[in-house]
Design a protein around this ligand. Structure first.
Ligand code: PHE
Length: 378
């Protein structure tokens, strides 16, 4: 028994001195393991007389209990110390800068809109906006397309269910209902009306944004993007329009050899009306803007519509057509984005495929600026 007590004391001392879980485990095996001294002591009980056993057995069990309790206590101590150490070593310093990881990218349409704004801002244009859910009056009537105008039919308009008609207002004439009829704007031209009504003349704005037409194939999607331009002042003429478009395209495509061709056309809201084409060359399966469209290996590509704002439109917008006149143009943003950055299927623009975006998208750090270049490469 004295031997047992001595051994117990040694073991308790060593448990107390253990600094690692491994050292502690060694003590556990040496004492309580199959061949440990406590286990061996228990085995001696078999050869004892019943009386002797009655006396010794509880003593050995007590030693066993003491040793086991000491190990448990020490184990808890070491484990919580280890946890504290781990927590201390894994602390995150939230004040450190974020790791340099590429996340998301700027869609080519957004990029081109930023480029447009940058170039036109330099020419003194402000950016104007209007609602995509537009009323009939702003989208058509005020642009000199009354109810019966055949040009309306060419717009493949998405109309909303006629809210005013079932509103049960007996006073509303059918004409008033017609004017209030809501639709998804078919072009950005209604922003001309809204801007002139708000700001009057003189005015110099561009209005980029989404437009909608019920039309869809490889080159048409039901939603697409246009940018409208409007300049109203005294003494504005068609020459200003041509210079403005040429200056814009040179800056946008970053080349000097841009040739524009104005072709007579018809829009109800401009008079005279011209469509503008740009010369391009086929290089492989890519169209590259530049050069004269009639030169060998070249052709003309239509980019948009324009003209001198019809005096009827100025009247609708509250601007005196005897004092002011000016030009307007509209052009497809998606198309010039495809031309500049070399995509050939418009539909992929709006599929939301992250692989397409990471290929054609732009870094948010590449802000288009006239000094650094409006032609960031993906
Ligand atoms: N709104 C016309 C269209 O969508 C384009 C245009 C704008 C034409 C301004 C003339 C002047 O087709």
């Amino acid at each position: 028994m004295t031997e047992l007590t001595a051994q117990k004391q040694t073991t308790l001392d060593q448990i107390g001195a253990a600094t690692t879980l491994d050292a502690l485990e060694e003590q556990r095996v040496a004492a309580l393991g199959k061949k440990g001294w406590v286990s061996l002591a228990l085995k001696t009980l078999g050869s004892m007389s019943p009386d002797e056993r009655k006396e010794v057995a509880p003593a050995i069990q007590a030693v066993r209990g003491e040793v086991a309790a000491a190990i448990d206590a020490k184990k808890g101590e070491l484990e919580s110390a280890a946890l504290e150490a781990q927590l201390a070593s894994e602390t995150i310093d939230l004040t450190l800068p974020a790791p340099d990881m590429a996340k998301g990218s700027v869609h080519p349409v957004s990029q081109v809109m930023d480029e447009l704004a940058e170039i036109f801002a330099d020419l003194g244009f402000a950016v104007a906006t209007g609602p995509e859910i537009e009323d009939d009056w702003h989208n058509f009537t005020a642009l000199n397309m009354d109810e019966s105008h055949p040009a309306r039919a060419m717009h493949d308009t998405f109309y909303f269910p006629d809210a005013a008609a079932d509103g049960g207002n007996p006073a509303s004439s059918s004409e008033a209902v017609g004017q209030k009829r809501m639709l998804l704007r078919t072009h950005t031209s209604p922003v001309q009306i809204r801007s002139m009504k708000e700001q009057g003349a003189p005015i110099r704005i561009i209005a980029p944004g989404r437009v909608y037409r019920s039309d869809s194939d490889a080159t048409h999607t039901p939603m697409f993007h246009q940018v409208e331009g409007l300049v109203i002042d005294r003494d504005i003429h068609l020459g200003h329009l041509k210079w403005t478009l040429e200056t814009f395209f040179k800056a946008f495509f970053e080349r000097e050899d841009i040739t524009l061709r104005l072709r007579p056309s018809y829009f109800p809201f401009t008079e005279p009306s011209v469509e503008f084409d740009v010369g391009y060359a086929n290089e492989g399966d890519r169209r590259v803007v530049g050069g004269h469209g009639d030169a060998p290996g070249h052709d003309w590509m239509e980019l948009g519509g324009s003209g001198m704002v019809n005096r009827r439109v100025l009247e609708f917008a509250g601007v005196d057509p005897d004092e002011y006149q000016g030009f307007a143009f509209g052009l497809g943003i998606d198309r010039i984005a495809m031309l500049k950055y070399g995509m050939n299927d418009l539909r992929a623009f709006f599929d939301g495929d992250p692989r397409w975006l990471s290929h054609y998208g732009f870094s948010p750090y590449d802000q288009p600026t006239l000094s650094a270049g409006v032609g960031a490469r993906p």
